[in-house]
Design a protein around this ligand. Structure first.
Ligand code: NAD
Ligand code: DAO
Ligand code: ZN
Ligand code: ZN
Length: 370
């Protein structure tokens, strides 16, 4: 079939909207009509050329929601008409990683997914001249239709609105999951969140759900303050307003250091501040942000010797096929909010504007509806 997509032809250039070829689903695969997709900072990271795994031409996008149109041979858990959220972290429920409750990093299709290929080593997308187009994070939701492995699709209830639940495909689950699954934050905790964008705001709403007493938000952009307060931030810090040492300022503000800190910026200097602002003896710092290719983190080892813990999280530690339908239920039951964070709704032709809004710091989430 043919479908319409935003194709990233090369790094650092705007995507081009065009018709592309899409082959049907092979064994174990599913054809989906994408109804809506969010634009995450990670799409920008790859488009910019900073992503070491970026392969072009590609169809970006990994935060989608849609409807199953056709299933390939052997697919048993999905049928046409089902509503699904694509998963860049699949859940095969059979591999060593899926069987270990300590991780969500299913490895069953990792090597091909990392090369922009389907599990059989080929692509389903191609240009009209036959040139292959690589898949992105196994999802490619910046296309009106895509093909994905059955194990990388979470089946969700049919009454949930696509233009909101697409955000559960990355930002919502990553932020809330970092609090609940990775840090396992306790009631009464004091916490600091660095970066009040699409991920950081969801860390904040996760912290409020977990019963944190203090939620400090740090962001260079003061325009992010109001929304963060709405979601539960108790104290705002703009690093540009802090005279002197930022760590010392945060340690004082949290009464000795935070129980938990979260980096949602991708900046390695911020990651160090986050680790060192964690409380001596027990404070834990969770890295969510994705740093540029080749970047390294550093701190004095004594920071860890004296009890601070540094850890990271991918997709909030969520096992997607199991956890994502539950998060959709939380949204539908009013336990979490998504609507205020969707600040812009665009059509596919306007998708590059979504990236401009992100660069300008004007959007939390821009969502493309097909
Ligand atoms: P975003 O652009 O919406 O938000 C980033 C925020 O950080 C912005 O508000 C910006 O003003 C702020 N910021 C930037 N530099 C800062 C600094 N030095 N000090 C303080 N604030 C600063 O991005 P997002 O969509 O929220 O994504 C955040 C990060 O999380 C990105 O690095 C993204 O790639 C990563 N991410 C990771 C996962 C995962 O599974 N680990 C999933 C999704 C996104
Ligand atoms: O299993 O080795 C692996 C890698 C899994 C990829 C997980 C990616 C999560 C972080 C990237 C940001 C997501 C938007
Ligand atoms: Zn994302
Ligand atoms: Zn697995």
């Amino acid at each position: 079939m043919r479908t319409k997509a935003a194709v990233a032809l090369e790094a650092g250039k705007p995507m081009e909207i065009m018709e592309v070829n899409l082959d049907g689903p092979k064994a174990g695969e599913v054809l989906i009509e994408i109804k809506a997709t969010g634009i995450c900072h990670t799409d920008e990271f790859t488009l910019s050329g900073a992503d070491p795994e970026g392969i072009f031409p590609t169809i970006l996008g990994h935060e989608g929601a849609g409807v199953v149109l056709e299933v390939g041979e052997g697919v048993t858990s999905l049928q046409p008409g089902d509503h699904v959220i694509p998963l860049y972290t699949p859940e095969c429920r059979e591999c060593e990683y899926c069987l270990n409750p300590k991780t969500n990093l299913c490895q069953s299709i990792r090597s091909t997914q990392g090369q922009g290929l389907m599990p059989d080593g080929t692509t389903r997308f191609s240009m009209l001249d036959g040139t292959p187009i690589y898949h992105y994070m196994g999802c490619s939701t910046f296309a009106n239709h895509t093909v994905m492995p059955e194990i990388a699709l979470a089946k969700v209830r049919k009454d949930a609105p696509f233009d909101k639940i697409c955000y559960i495909g990355c930002g919502v689950t990553t932020g809330i999951g970092a609090v609940i699954n990775t840090a396992k934050v306790e009631i009464g905790s004091r916490c600091v969140v660095f970066g009040l964008g699409g991920i950081g705001l969801n860390v904040i709403q996760g912290l409020r759900m977990a019963g944190a007493d203090q939620i400090v938000g740090v962001d260079l952009n003061p325009a992010k303050e109001d929304m963060a307060r709405y979601f539960g931030m108790t104290d705002y810090v703009n690093p540009e307003d802090v005279k002197g040492d930022m760590v010392a300022h945060l340690v004082e503000l949290t009464g000795g250091g935070a129980d938990y800190t979260f980096d949602a910026t991708g900046n390695v200097d911020v990651m160090r501040t986050a680790l060192e602002a964690a409380h001596k003896g027990w404070g834990e710092s969770v890295i969510i942000g994705v740093a540029p290719a080749g970047a390294e983190i550093s701190t004095r080892p004594f920071q860890l010797v004296t009890g601070r813990v540094w850890r990271g999280t991918a997709f909030g530690g969520a096992k997607g096929r199991t956890d994502v339908p539950k998060i959709v239920d939380w949204y539908m039951d009013g336990k979490i909010e998504i609507d205020p964070m969707i600040t812009h709704v665009l059509n596919l032709e306007e998708i590059n504007k979504g990236f401009d809004l992100m660069h300008a710091g004007e959007s939390i989430r821009a969502v493309v509806v097909y």
